[in-house]
Design a protein around this ligand. Structure first.
Ligand SMILES: [Zn+2]
Length: 114
């Protein structure tokens, strides 16, 4: 899977983070991701998984179903402690990744592929 788009959003619905499997209620700031592989789809990551990804992974790394936490529970836990001990939060717009945004991302990917 290749990451094509990522942005922080405040969710309107509850979502499960695909990186660690934790479930977050509406109003949580999560990273909305758009992936491309054979198709294109969107997922959500929590702040911890976003930070973990930034520290340990490359955007074109491959991911499997066990997620970030499943692949490296100790490394993930270290990042979680780091995040939860810092009080600064980024401001985010209140929106989910909409079907329209997904379509736009698809167009963008197709355009880049020529
Ligand atoms: Zn997570």
């Amino acid at each position: 899977m290749i990451l094509v788009s990522a942005k922080m959003v405040k969710t309107r619905k509850a979502h499960r983070c695909i990186g660690c499997g934790r479930k977050f209620p509406s109003g949580t700031v999560l990273q909305a991701l758009v992936w491309t592989d054979l198709g294109i789809w969107s997922d959500y990551w929590c702040e911890v998984c976003t930070e973990y990804f930034g520290q340990h992974c490359q955007p074109d790394d491959l991911f499997d179903e066990s997620g970030l936490r499943g692949n490296d529970p100790e490394g993930w836990e270290e990042v979680r402690v780091e995040i939860e001990s810092s009080s600064s939060k980024e401001e985010a717009k209140e929106e989910d990744c909409t079907p329209e945004e997904q379509r736009q991302c698809t167009k963008q990917v197709l355009a880049e592929e020529g």
